[in-house]
Design a protein. Structure first.
Length: 152
């Protein structure tokens, strides 16, 4: 394979890693939009988390109570990424799915903390998305199998 084709394939794999990393977050965002439209879920959640004082138990309790569609959307996005990993398990794309899944596992709790802070919602969404992509790229640099999947 020539170097231009190899670079194009590496670019496709990096774009795939980024897309798979963002899939659960986009599902959660769609679910949060539904929760906000139906019963002001995001607004009430942020107010309740701030009023109760930050603790993991309050964040988890209010998330489950006020953002059920966001949780379902996040789980559906994660299931979509895992389904892609299952479908491509014989290729290197499955390692990319593992990296994407790990980046969400690491970035989601930090994203919950960001949501409960007084950041404006658009700034929080951009920050959480950038954090998810940063964790995915860091995992790609650390993990030999993921690094091999990106460069083959």
């Amino acid at each position: 394979m020539n170097s231009a084709g190899g670079r194009a394939d590496r670019g496709r794999r990096r774009a795939l890693l980024a897309a798979l990393s963002m899939t659960p977050m986009l599902g959660a965002l769609a679910g949060a939009w539904v929760d906000e439209r139906m019963h002001f879920g995001v607004s009430n959640w942020r107010s309740a988390c701030r009023a109760a004082g930050f603790s993991w138990s309050s964040v988890i309790y209010f998330t489950v109570e006020l953002l059920p569609a966001a949780i379902i959307g996040m789980l559906a996005g994660g299931l979509l990424a895992q389904s892609f990993a299952f479908a491509t398990r014989r290729s290197c794309d499955a390692a990319l799915c593992l990296g994407a899944h790990l980046s969400c596992v690491i970035a989601m709790p930090i994203g919950l903390i960001l949501c409960a802070l007084a950041l404006p919602l658009p700034a929080m969404l951009v920050t959480e998305g950038a954090l998810t992509l940063l964790v995915a790229w860091m995992l790609a640099r650390i993990s030999p199998r993921l690094r091999a999947a990106l460069h083959t």
